[in-house]
Design a protein around this ligand. Structure first.
Ligand code: 13P
Ligand code: SF4
Length: 404
């Protein structure tokens, strides 16, 4: 993906959203991102004239200088959900899978600066050499989904499976969006990591190893992949709730299940509802609905296309000029795609706009600080996974990278 310089927020209105009966009186219009404004709501209202810079304009020059001073010693990875002000400094942009591959493919870079969230930086540390240092510019950049699976809870569940005599049939599969502890648990129990771009391949592999899968921590990715891509029934899936005794499941339910889904979800993608899809179809005739597989099952079922962030970018790049797209994923990416394709109508699927707050923790001040610390010979915010956890997690990550 090409990376544009820091965006300036003035646009020419090239397309007008079709009028909606609900947009004027009681509801708000579904706003096209980056084009025009919605005077009936508080969102997206244009400010005539020159807005002052959002933050110290010297920061761009400082980041450029620090990056140049570090040269080949530093490699900056940027997830697609990062802010424009940050992504412009990324050497590579990508989804979780591509960034994991890229981290593993850069053994000569002394510093890997990860503009993403904590679990991604942990995976990068596991996949790089001991001499390399992985830096997360703001340690508060976590992930609420990853936090929904805690090692002790997962071990308790596994003990329950052992007591029931089914653990030997189960292959654990964890989404990349999980802590290194969880990946270590999965590797130690002969499982695999997956991302949203290879979940089907990972599940195909897992079902060659055993008859059941324990899928962590995103119930939606697990369910969507099993039911919509692999032909399982919804009844083949059960939901394990770590906050209920025995996961809220009977022994019989666990014995019969093919997919045991952990009760976790993404707080950003979980916002999209079936109503969002219905509403945009009503409002924009012929619209294509394109969503990430972290969305709820009913939303994915109602969508036209589903895929990882890399898939979403490819689909929008390839879309016909004049076509309309309502996209259910994080707003920074949707907004960037809308700006990159003024000849296509690209809009956010939900009526209420929500960024991933933890992805947004990485801002230009934190990136500049991290780069300048490195220039000064100090290593800030290093993400370091302990040896034993890293060893087991690497088994599960390598298994993912080796998937056909
Ligand atoms: P991908 O990068 O695999 O598309 O996942 C999206 C996501 O939620 C990352 O946090
Ligand atoms: Fe986590 Fe969702 Fe944010 Fe991704 S978008 S980092 S899964 S909360």
């Amino acid at each position: 993906m090409s990376v544009s310089p820091c965006a300036t927020m003035f646009f020419v209105t090239t397309w007008t959203e079709p009028a909606s009966p609900r947009s004027t009186s009681t509801g708000t219009a579904l706003l096209l991102l980056g084009r025009g404004s919605d005077p009936a709501s508080e969102r997206g209202v244009d400010c005539p004239g020159d807005l002052p810079a959002p933050s110290d304009p010297d920061l761009v020059a400082r980041a450029t200088a620090a990056k140049a001073a570090l040269g080949d010693r530093a490699f900056i990875l940027g997830h697609h959900y990062q802010r424009d002000e940050v992504i412009q400094f990324a050497d590579v942009t990508g989804d979780s899978f591509k960034l994991a591959q890229q981290a593993a493919a850069r053994p000569d870079a002394e510093f890997i600066i990860f503009c993403g969230v904590h679990f991604m930086a942990e995976s990068a540390d596991i996949l790089t050499t001991p001499a390399q240092k992985v830096i997360l510019p703001d340690l508060a950049a976590g992930c609420s989904m990853a936090d929904m699976a805690v090692l002790g809870q997962v071990q308790t569940a596994w003990e329950q499976f052992e007591d029931l005599g089914i653990a030997g049939d189960i292959v654990p599969v964890t989404y990349m969006n999980s802590s290194a502890d969880i990946k270590g648990f999965v590797g130690a129990n002969k499982g695999v990591v997956c991302t949203s771009s290879n979940a089907k391949r990972a599940l195909d592999w897992a079902f060659e190893q055993g008859s059941k899968v324990f899928f962590l921590p995103d119930q939606h990715l697990g369910r969507n992949t099993a039911v919509l891509e692999m032909g399982f029934d919804l009844d083949d899936c059960v939901l394990y709730d770590p906050h209920k005794p025995n996961g809220g499941l009977t022994d019989e339910e666990l014995r019969n299940a093919r997919m045991i889904l952990w009760r976790g979800h993404c707080s950003v993608h979980g916002r999209f509802t079936l109503d969002s899809v219905r509403e945009v179809r009503e409002r924009v005739p012929g619209v294509n609905v394109l969503v990430h597989p972290e969305c709820r099952h009913d939303v994915v079922r109602a969508a036209d296309y589903v895929g990882s962030t890399e898939y979403i970018i490819r689909a929008l790049d390839a879309a016909e000029p004049g076509s309309s797209w309502a996209v259910g994923t994080e707003l920074n990416l949707v907004r960037r795609m809308a700006l990159a394709h003024p000849d296509k109508q690209i809009m956010f699927l939900d009526r209420s706009v929500c960024y991933c707050s933890t992805m947004n923790r990485i801002d230009l001040p934190h990136l500049v600080w991290a780069l300048e610390e490195l220039v000064a010979g100090r290593v800030p915010n290093q993400i370091s996974v302990d040896g034993e956890t890293a060893h087991h997690a690497r088994v599960a990550l390598d298994q993912m990278l080796a998937l056909p």
